[in-house]
Design a protein around this ligand. Structure first.
Ligand SMILES: Nc1ncnc2c1ncn2[C@@H]1O[C@H](COP(=O)(O)OP(=O)(O)OP(=O)(O)O)[C@@H](O)[C@H]1O
Ligand SMILES: [Mg+2]
Ligand SMILES: [Zn+2]
Length: 487
């Protein structure tokens, strides 16, 4: 694993300094942001490039970046399915993976923890390294002192952090006990067995596994209090003490937690006090929502006119504006639902052996995706909510499709034709002639077809066929006579 072997003494001689995970993350964010700006990206695009898979409004992105740069541990708070977990994963991807670590250390100790007194007091070395390099035994660990360590004999090497070694994840639930975080250690067994990685000697818990990197805690409010206290100790002192042990282990990491609003009450006050809360809400920007759907649908068959993707975003935005955020309906408006609407529409088209998704498929897909996310406990509650959701869909789905179609048409009318109405009329005319088998101005038709080809995911469907279907969809919803929506 370790290459480019060196020693702690050489690191000191090179005037290297130990870096805490918080500083490492901060630097990484700053570096990537600078690079993006140098490449000429706008401020918003530069911020988005920090968290490339989590599509968020500019103001939210900025708040997240600022919280990371403030060097604190983070708590992403927001409704279900707003992208909190996706965001936590993006931060892990951003985190630099290469570290210098004491060779053979089971928790990738920083070499400075063994030889630098000041740093040792901030983040101690693990008992195994103390015994191995500090001339102490299991019984005399308390006598360890960095100044007595021969730095030339502390081997260090580059290591790549990965899950279990610098990254760990906890899924919050009442069954996650303190032991899951601390792990267990039997240091007396170490002298007998000699191998620190033996499970008889130690099983590093989630917090030890995160040393030098990140600890992702999903749904932190669902953790029992005792478990939250272990976390608190780690955040306060950078150490944890495994069960049945008086020894302390290093636990230096950045905590990235998520929670929905309801569970926040269950997070203990001192723990919240150590976390910078950032609110990750649903996006207000229509384009952002449409991008989430576009990225979220895996399949491009049957052919799915982009208008339906826009329509899913429109329908969700409309739901979020009108529906109260009760517990039972909380998931109905989530980004997951938004993606699912189009996936289900595709499924309905498939079942009907169609090669193009049609408006009625969208209607069915919207109903099923939304009703399927009602979280009601009893039959009565479910039926009530079902009525609410179904009424909403019946009332709004046509408008949503129309809005999606108008947006799609306007990409052409505004983006390509620069709102030239006379030209638009000529094009509509010639496409109509072509679609209805009457010939006409081929160059006008071509212009529209080329646009369809480059803006829709045809995935093998003949461009003429796609153009025909799109035209019929646009015409049937009256898009050509609508006022333009600027894309
Ligand atoms: N802001 C977003 N950007 C991109 N994709 C998103 C976003 N929000 C949700 N998604 C999509 O929805 C799915 C669920 O998102 P995610 O798990 O990140 O939400 P969450 O906020 O953690 O939800 P929960 O509160 O239920 O844990 C993701 O797999 C992703 O495809
Ligand atoms: Mg989540
Ligand atoms: Zn160690």
């Amino acid at each position: 694993m370790a290459e480019a072997r060196t020693t702690a003494a050489e690191l000191v001689a090179q005037k290297l300094r130990p870096q805490r995970p918080g500083e490492i993350l901060k630097e990484a964010v700053r570096r990537r942001h600078d690079e993006a700006r140098k490449k000429g990206l706008s401020e918003e695009d530069a911020l988005q490039s920090l968290f490339p898979t989590t599509i968020l409004d500019a103001t939210t992105l900025k708040r997240i970046a600022a919280a990371v740069l403030s060097g604190s541990n983070l708590l992403f708070l927001g409704p279900p399915g707003s992208g909190k977990t996706t965001l936590a994963k993006d931060i892990w991807d951003l985190y630099p993976k290469e570290v210098l670590a004491v060779e053979d250390c089971p928790v990738q100790d920083d070499p400075f923890s063994l030889v630098d007194t000041a740093f040792y007091h901030e983040v101690p070395a693990c008992p195994y390294c103390k015994a191995r390099h500090g001339g102490v035994t299991a019984k005399t660990l308390g006598e360890f002192e960095p100044s007595k360590v021969d730095a030339h004999k502390v081997p260090a090497g580059r290591r790549r952090l990965r899950e279990g070694y610098g990254l760990s994840r906890i899924q919050g639930s009442p069954e996650v006990f303190p032991d899951n975080l601390t792990g267990a250690i039997n240091i007396a067994k170490l002298e007998e067995i000699g191998d620190p990685s033996s499970p008889l000697v130690m099983e590093p818990g989630k917090v030890l596994q995160a040393n030098r990197g990140l600890l992702l805690i999903d749904e932190i409010g669902k953790l029992p209090r005792g478990t939250q206290n272990v976390l608190l100790q780690a955040l306060q002192e950078n150490v944890v003490s495994p069960a049945k042990s008086r020894e302390t282990f290093p636990a230096s990491f950045v905590a990235i937690a998520t929670s929905n609003l309801q569970d926040l009450d269950n997070v203990t006050e001192p723990l919240i006090g150590r976390l910078a809360i950032v609110y990750v809400d649903f996006n207000e920007g229509h384009a952002k929502n449409a991008t989430i759907v576009r990225r979220g649908i895996a399949a491009t068959r049957p052919f799915t006119p982009d208008a339906f993707i826009e329509a899913a975003a429109t329908l969700m935005q409309s739901w979020r504006r009108t529906a109260g955020g009760t517990d039972e309906l909380g998931e109905v408006g989530s980004n997951r639902t938004m993606i699912d609407i189009v996936r289900r529409a595709q499924a309905f088209a498939l079942l009907a052996a169609k090669d193009v998704v049609e408006a009625e498929d969208f209607h069915q897909g919207a109903k099923d995706a939304m009703v399927g996310r009602i979280r009601a406990r009893g039959q009565e509650g479910f039926d009530q909510n079902r009525t609410v959701v179904e009424n909403f869909v019946e009332k709004k789905w046509r408008d949503a499709v129309k809005d999606g179609v108008v947006r799609s048409w306007c990409r052409f009318f505004v983006g390509e034709l620069k709102e030239d109405k006379a030209e638009a009329l000529r094009i509509v005319d010639s496409v109509k002639n072509k679609v209805e088998g009457r010939g006409g101005d081929a160059t006008k038709y071509e212009r529209f077809r080329r646009f369809i080809e480059s803006h829709e995911r045809l995935d093998g469907l003949a461009a003429d066929e796609a153009t025909k279907r799109i035209f019929q969809l646009y015409e049937s919803t009256g898009a050509f006579t609508e006022k333009p929506i600027t894309p």
